[in-house]
Design a protein around this ligand. Structure first.
Ligand code: PAF
Length: 282
């Protein structure tokens, strides 16, 4: 597996691969790799000649400096995981200046309102930060296909919008959430949970499964009440938000219309760790 630590060396490599007509699949990450990332690489491997990943903890997408500081970083372990997976041909591990040559600041984007829903309300500026780094990475890597996890479903919708608005010739693929045995969505942040917190956090997925059972059986507001009640009884957990939104606009709904698709979104603090999850309702 090739490792590129500068923009220049990456670009020489990409040029050579493009000249050979290779189809490139790209999965950007912030490291602390886990099985969820492996499932991105596995999907990319099946659809491309070459699979590239990147590892970069992007400062502009953290609205909370403590969260940025505590974000798990272990490059050597990540490189080992990438090599062992056997799915990845090259990894790009840039310095801040490779992605932000002038100033470490987000651009301002208009994602047609997607950025104002859910995470946008709780993490101001977050999606401008994601947009800035993803745009730059896509422009440097020039992939044919790019892969993102459905765990961050709003991020996935925003990246699709980014690519559409910038008219980048890249196909964006969402990869289903990879779950631990107890149902907890795989996340780099899970490393910060104690084993008892990790066990207790299974209630998040269990709640989404219940919500799916209640979908179109009881009203939206009854579902909200039941979800709130579940978390009022959980010691050491705080429900930050629960929303049922229409899948294409991500706008919260107060009624289930027949011809629309819906998804439930949830964010829970388990101790100090903020966990996010979602589920398509059917
Ligand atoms: O989902 C992530 O890991 C990050 O938000 C991404 C897409 C790599 C941008 O920093």
């Amino acid at each position: 597996m090739e490792i590129f630590r500068t923009r220049k060396t990456l670009q020489d490599y990409i040029e050579r691969q493009k000249e050979m007509g290779k189809k490139i699949g790209f999965a950007p990450t912030m490291g602390a790799l886990h099985k969820g990332h492996i499932s991105l690489y596995e999907t990319a491997r099946k659809q491309n000649d070459l699979v590239i990943s990147s590892i970069f903890v992007n400062p502009t997408q953290f609205n909370n400096p403590e969260d940025l500081e505590k974000y798990p970083r272990n490059i050597e372990n990540d490189i080992r995981i990438l090599k062992e997976s056997g799915f990845v041909d090259a990894v790009y591990i840039p310095e801040v200046a490779d992605l932000y040559p002038e100033i470490v600041e987000s651009k301002e984007y208009d994602f047609d309102g997607l950025e104002n829903e859910m995470e946008g309300k709780f993490r101001p500026g977050h999606f401008n930060g994601v947009g800035t780094v993803v745009e730059e990475l896509l422009r440097q890597v020039h992939p044919d296909n790019a892969y993102f996890g459905e765990k961050d479903y709003q991020q996935l919708a925003i990246i699709r919008k980014l690519v559409e608005k910038l008219k980048l010739p890249i196909q964006i693929h969402g990869v289903p959430i990879y779950r631990e045995d107890n149902g907890l969505a795989m996340s780099s942040r899970n490393q910060r949970l104690s084993s008892s917190q990790r066990d207790a956090a299974k209630i998040i997925h269990e709640t989404l499964v219940k919500v799916n059972d209640w979908f179109r059986v009881i009203t939206v507001s009854e579902i909200y009440d039941r979800v709130k009640e579940i978390f009022e009884d959980q010691r050491g957990m705080v429900l930050e938000y629960f929303e049922i939104a229409e899948e294409s606009t991500l706008k919260e709904t107060d009624f289930f219309y027949k011809d629309k698709n819906y998804r439930a979104f949830i964010v829970v603090f388990v101790g100090e760790v903020r966990l996010i999850d979602n589920m398509h309702l059917d």
